[in-house]
Every structure is written in structure tokens, then in C-alpha cells.
Design a protein around this ligand. Sequence first.
Ligand code: OSB
Ligand code: MG
Length: 368
Amino acid sequence: MAISGFDIFLLELPLREPFVASHGETTVRTITVVRVASDIGDGWGECSALPSATYTAESAADSFDALCRWMAPELLGQPIDHRVVRRVLADFAERPMAVSSLEMAVLDAELRRSGRSLGRWLGVERDSVPAGVSVGLAPVDETVERVVDLAAEGYRRVKLKIKPDHDRALVAAIRRRLPSIELQVDANGAYRPDDVEVLLELVDMGVDALEQPFGTDQAAAAADLIRRLSGPRSIPVVADEAVGSLAAAQELLDRRALTGLSIKPARVGGLSVAVELHDLCRARGLPATAGGMLETGLGRRALAALAALPGFSLTGDLSPAGRWLAVDPWPDLEMVGGAIAVPTGPGIAPDPDPEVLAATTVEQRTIG
Ligand code: OSB
Ligand code: MG
């Protein structure tokens, strides 16, 4: 029951439309995926690091390199047990997305072997989750039309990317056209502490949650904003890139610098840490939201299962992978009636299509 090897792939997947946020623009989704081989069978994991190291310090190509050189070799001969991955790779805390991919691959192999789905392993009770969509930065008129179309497709929640001077007019226009859609805004850290008045105005305009308004080193500004959002204005201030671990979440909680958490399995070091963060949120009564990373159908399936846990009270970035990816080796999730079914097949996802995988692979390495 030991790990015998890995195949590590760097893929280039074209996007349907550029994804623009204040941390940069993505047009081709370079992404690293891993396949683990063992005597109980194979499993697949996704390293969701973005093409460039702008959102967090990890990037797809750099992760590919680290996985091949240092991380996968550490696991050769180890038992095929996802808990071992976390323990053996404890020194790679600076590379949570790469660790996450290896944990996912090993967990997938274990679940496939026992015929269980990820949802069953997590113990979820819901069989579907509401669909939500993230909308990149674009001119206001264009964004409004885009959001109206997405709402007509059935999405229950929209998360608008905002930045200074691209906020009030946008939120006002969306609220005029869609008075009751669940509306979150995500600044990816673009505001400065003295922009707090603008953020309060957005809340008064009917924003339901504010994601990462300030930089990751601006906990005091987040705490100040939270203090000023009392009473009817007390919407969640959601931390995204500021929380890369359980310890980071705990510290921000102690400083009263978050009142909601975006949980992305990759960003926090894997599905098992994501579950621990979910449990922390539940214990503290904090709303959680399942955050997307422009994943393939593989990563998106993991997210759909995770989002079915009871603490995810804010709708997540739960759109099919095809919302962004024009080409994807994995079969996609489907949105039906504004909801996405929690996958029920064995493991985390079915195998990728070998032809699409080969056609999109730009580098491949075998370890072991
Ligand atoms: O800040 O939430 C973010 C995607 C990549 C990196 C950061 C973020 C995002 C999203 C989610 O907004 C988009 C999606 O996967 O649908
Ligand atoms: Mg975000």
C-alpha cells in the first residue's frame, strides 16, 4: 500500500474570456496537475496556483518545478494515506497549493479504492449547492450586461471584482437591475486603510459581503472596518488571500479582523485543512464561502463537494469549470436550475480525457 511514483503535468488551458482582477489578468490558464501511482491504483490532484505569482506567492510553473524536484520525491515509498502527505511535507508551508495537489491525489486514490465519493468522505448531507459566479474587472456597462445574463442563466450569487474608482457606480448599476441577487464584492486587497468610507457606502448600497478589501498585511484596517459595520450594516468581511493556514485564520480572529472566510483548499494547504477551517468557522458562527481558483473539472468537483458542508452559508464561486476554461481534460460539472450537484462517483473526479490531456500538456515529468 505504498506510493510508487508520480506523473506531473504542466498544462496550458485557454480561457473563454480573460479573468481580470486587481492582482492581474489571466488569459491562458497554465496549471499543474499530478497523478500518483500506487499498488492500490492511481489518483489525481490539482495544484491551483495561478499562471503568475500575483494572487499568492505560488505560480503554476514554479510549483511544477518544486513538485518535481523536492516534494514528490519525498513521498516515494510512503504509505498511500493522505494524512502522511501532510506530515511528510510539513516543511513546505510556503507552498500550500503544491502540498494540496499531492494530498488530493493520494486522497483520490484512497477514495477510488474504497468506492467512496469525496462528499461521502466529508460526510455532507446536501446533494447540491447553489451556483455562484465571479465576474472580473471590465467597464461598468459591459459588466452590468454580463451580470444580468449570468443571473438569467440561473446563478444565485455574483461576486464582483472591484478596485478604487471602480466600485460605487458598478454596485449601484447592478443593484438597480438586480435588486435581490446575493451580491459580494472582492477587491483582492486593492483598498487602503483610509478608503473605509467608500466601503461603507457600498454596504449601504446593498452589498452582502466584502471580500479581502485590504492587503494581507492590513489586519488593523480590516478590524477598523468591522468595528464600523455594526447593527444592520454588519455584513461579513471575508478574508481570502490573508488566510493561508489555520494559524493565520486564528490570528485574524483574535484580532477581530475577519467576520467571514473564503475557504480554498489549495490556498490553505489541502482539503483536510479546508475541513478544519470549516469546522473553526462553524464553531465561531462565522459564515464561510467556497472560493474558486479557475480550476479544472477536477478542482471544481472537490470544491462542489466541500461547499456542501453546513458551514458554507455564503454561496461560493461554484460555477462549472467551463465558465472560464475553453478546453479542459476533465469532464465538467453542470449547473441545473441555479444549482450544482455534489458529485457522487468514486474518488474526487473521473479520469481526464487522455487526448485532451496530451494536447494541452506543455511539460511532463515522471518521478519514481
Ligand atoms: O480572489 O477569489 C479570488 C480566482 C483566482 C484567484 C483569486 C480569486 C479568484 C476568483 C474565483 O475570484 C473565480 C472562479 O474560480 O470562478
Ligand atoms: Mg477573493
